[in-house]
Ligand binder design. Sequence first.
Ligand SMILES: Nc1nc2c(ncn2[C@@H]2O[C@H](COP(=O)(O)OP(=O)(O)OP(=O)(O)O)[C@@H](O)[C@H]2O)c(=O)[nH]1
Ligand SMILES: [Mg+2]
Length: 474
Amino acid sequence: MDSDPLAIFTRPPPDETPSQLTARLKREADAQRISDNIDEEIKRDRAAQRKARKELRILLLGQGESGKSTTLKNFRMQYARETWEQERNGWRSVVQLNVIRSVIHILEVIEAEMSGTGPPLEDDDSSRRFSDSSTTPDALTDKHRLLMIRLAPLRGVEAALKRRLGAGAEPYRPSLPLAATPFEDPAPLPSPKQRTEFFVRSWSDAIDGGHNNDPEIQADADSSTITLMRCKDDMHALWTDPAVQRALERRKLRLADTAGFFLNDLDRIATRSYTATDDDIVRARLRTVGIQEYLLRINDGFSLRGDNAWIWRLYDVGGCRTMRAAWLPFFENTDVIIFLCPVSCFDERLDEDQRVNRLEDSTILWRSICSSKLLTRTQLILFLNKCDLLKRKLKRGIKLKTYLPSYGDRPNEVMPIVKYLREKYKEIQKQHSPEPRVSYIYTTTVTDTTATAKTLHSIRDRVLRENLVTSNLV
Ligand SMILES: Nc1nc2c(ncn2[C@@H]2O[C@H](COP(=O)(O)OP(=O)(O)OP(=O)(O)O)[C@@H](O)[C@H]2O)c(=O)[nH]1
Ligand SMILES: [Mg+2]
């Protein structure tokens, strides 16, 4: 039995001498090496078979709200145009739900401000930096109370839209244990911020799911649109009210960065004839839970063999710490990882764990991905994302060095900050990768579909070239 190289860990004999111990440890190390080599060979074979079939597996990773699903939408818009068009009608309800969720969120803030309840203001100085008036609360008056009453029917529309989107959309309340990286055991949740954001288990169910043909749901959809149209002026009055805006600032809710895209455009959206544009679809937010798989057919354009279409299997995961353990099984056979680091989040904390800075979380995650032996041969592509929001944040005078002291006295401007983070992440990759690998880093704003299209074409060419070379298909 002792000579069996696969019996890696043998029980030590009770009277083991030092030389026997040394010999046993060596045998175990040799056996482990052989086992690792076999695993590696199996992986290489599988990868070669996939490439021979011209198939690649691509995983989108990053913390919650880093832009993974938005990147996936850009991919689908570019390379799966037919299904993108077929789903366009389904997105109308998602955009309506985004609008209503934002308005209800604002109403909740007003209610809390008026009654002096709700989540306490954060007591660190960062929450006070946005507005000089933050220490003198603005009067919310009867006008606001009236708006609250007039907008109450939106709660019914929210319920109807939920029905229309089907079982795919439910409120999200983190309750599972947390793990910073997919490689560690989850720990119990400290005290999660209560959020009732909606999520999808399956986008295709939410967007299509056959609901369109159900007359009851169709009637719901029509009456939702009518209520939305009736509430349009009040929603606009609420959103543009200076006292409301200041209340949002006091509570550090930068809704203008996300919801603003839709709330500034109510004239177009709250109409009977509204059709979601490409930009609307890319911007519409539904938190991802579980893992979504999408197939794309992508032409390489330079293969010498007849058919130059590749199948790209894209996997979009939920980025919250409660969901990271679920990523691990996908690492075995992944050819490419696109990792999103939202650089604008340097002064924010994770929803699911308010003790953790979001940039720090991204850095920990990136380090763990780079150092994983499972991913030694996986091509890593990094997006330094949300550069538009970074620019806006810096304009408001928020300083990176307050949250990242190592940035020191470098200029508090977009270009130097992005350069600094690029070098920092590149260095982490270099130091922690088990074997040297090429670094692919892009500066992105994935809500900008034109710029992102160029990035995706560049990625397509780089990924295909690398895989054509490694699989000898050129
Ligand atoms: N302004 C701006 N918004 C962005 C950018 N990237 C993503 N967003 C927005 O950020 C929010 C989160 O984006 P998602 O793509 O849903 O994030 P995710 O990584 O899939 O998040 P989870 O599903 O929770 O893991 C959405 O409202 C997006 O529209 C960006 O570059 N700029
Ligand atoms: Mg997502």
